[in-house]
Structure formats: C-alpha cells, structure tokens
Design a protein around this ligand. Sequence first.
Ligand code: 2AM
Ligand code: CA
Ligand code: CA
Ligand code: CA
Length: 260
Amino acid sequence: INVEKAQLEKLNQSMQHVMRVARTHVLSKMGVQLTVAEKTSRRDLVTNVDHSNEDFLVQQIRQLDADAHILAEEGRGDQVKTMRGHVWIVDPIDGTMNFVHQRNHFAMMVGYYVDGQPTLGYIYDVMADKLYAGGPEVGVTLNGQPLAAPADLDLADGLFGASAPLLINDRFNMQTVIATSLGARILGSAGVQIGQVLAGELVGYLSYLRPWDFAAGRVLAESLGLVMTQVDGTPVNMLSSGAVLVATKRAQRAVLAIVK
Ligand code: 2AM
Ligand code: CA
Ligand code: CA
Ligand code: CA
C-alpha cells in the first residue's frame, strides 16, 4: 500500500487536530471526580478518562482511515496480529498513575505504521501542552514548529531517563548506566520521557515497555536521527513488549557496552 506524501501531510494535519481536541476533552474531565480501577495491581491503574479518550481516538482514526487496524491499550481497537497494512497503535493516557496522583506528567500517544514502516507519530504531553508530531516523510514538529534533531551527545554528557524498577533492581546494569551519565531522571510516563529525548533534554531513556508505550516514540525518534532498539541492540518488535532503549546514537553505543 503506497501512501502519497500529500495524503500523509493532510493526515498529519488532521491527526494533530484530533490530538488537540482529545486534550480539551481530557482537561474538561479533570475537574470532575475520576473513576479509578486497578488492572493487574495497585500500581497498574485505569480511569474513565483512559477509556473515554481511547473511544474518541479510535473513532477519529476510523473516520480518517477506513483501512485502519488499531491496537489500543484499553481494548477498544482490533485484534492486531500483523504489522501488514495500516496499523495504528494508541495509548490514550500514558502515565495513568501520574494522571491520578499528580494531575500532571502524562501523555497521549498514537503511532501509525504502514506495512511495518514507521510513518506518523504523536506524543502529547498534556499539561505542558507540548505536541510532538510527524514522521520521516513529513518531518517532526513541536506545536507546529519544526523540531531540530537533538545533538548526538554521549551518555557521559547528558541526563538519562530510567524506569524505577529497572534502576532499583539494577536490571541490565542500569546503575552503572546511570553512574556513567550526568544523572537519572524518573518521571513515570514513557511518553513524557521519550518527548524529553526528542527535545534533547535526555540523551536516552530505558524502560520495560509495551507496544503502545513506544510506537509513537519510535516514529518520531527515528525521524530525528535518534535510535530505538531493544536493550540488546536488536530491532524492537512492534507487537511485543520488552526493555526498550531510545537514545542518541552515541549514548546508545555507550549504553549497549554497559548493559548486561
Ligand atoms: P501507562 O501509564 O500507559 O500504563 C510508568 O509506569 C510508565 O510505564 C508509564 O508510561 C506506563 O504506561 C508504562 N507501563 C508499561 N507497562 C506497565 C505496567 N505493567 N504497569 C504500569 N505501567 C506500565
Ligand atoms: Ca496502563
Ligand atoms: Ca503507556
Ligand atoms: Ca495508558
């Protein structure tokens, strides 16, 4: 399936609009009592807003793309078993724990792949009002302004984003990774932290992630000359979970040399 550039530009504009509308819906629901449920544990939450925002995003994507196969975290999408065709991967609220306890530091994310190729990505840090959007064909923007590729800094020359469990348990030799960097930053939202890597605020981020946590970020990162791989340096699989590293090329080399 060949998607023309003009069509992609239009789709990109439409999706940015969808993300902005979704944000206003989410903001309007934040003034009202949230309904919070535990999924698998007290540290794994879902709210009525995760559900309503997923409903909205899935509906909008279906209107924009009749051929969409949608993989969505809270189950509103399809049973996606292959990356063939048009695959949209949706995380309606990323950082639900933050959403519930901080009313801050959460994101909404959408990634679009055509026959497995990273095509469009959206990460919206809702409270900071930062929308990272675009892809390899159309370029990457932050709130509509072109985003420059971040400097290719080494691990030793930047801050590194981690997830708390990996760092506490020293999985993959994470404590040495952090000790080599300028310091650890742990925020509890893959979307917000991948956004920080895109902006050059972190030289990398490593966490155990599910497809909807890294699908949008991969499109945007690779469009900006950053790299996203599994922690052993092999390509990420868009349909399975794993320890995922997004970083500058230099920082990736340094991290892969430390990881055990
Ligand atoms: P979520 O809020 O959309 O679930 C910190 O918890 C980060 O890791 C968040 O981006 C969160 O996304 C993600 N994450 C991935 N797997 C998780 C899990 N099993 N439990 C909680 N968070 C998870
Ligand atoms: Ca979740
Ligand atoms: Ca998530
Ligand atoms: Ca989520």
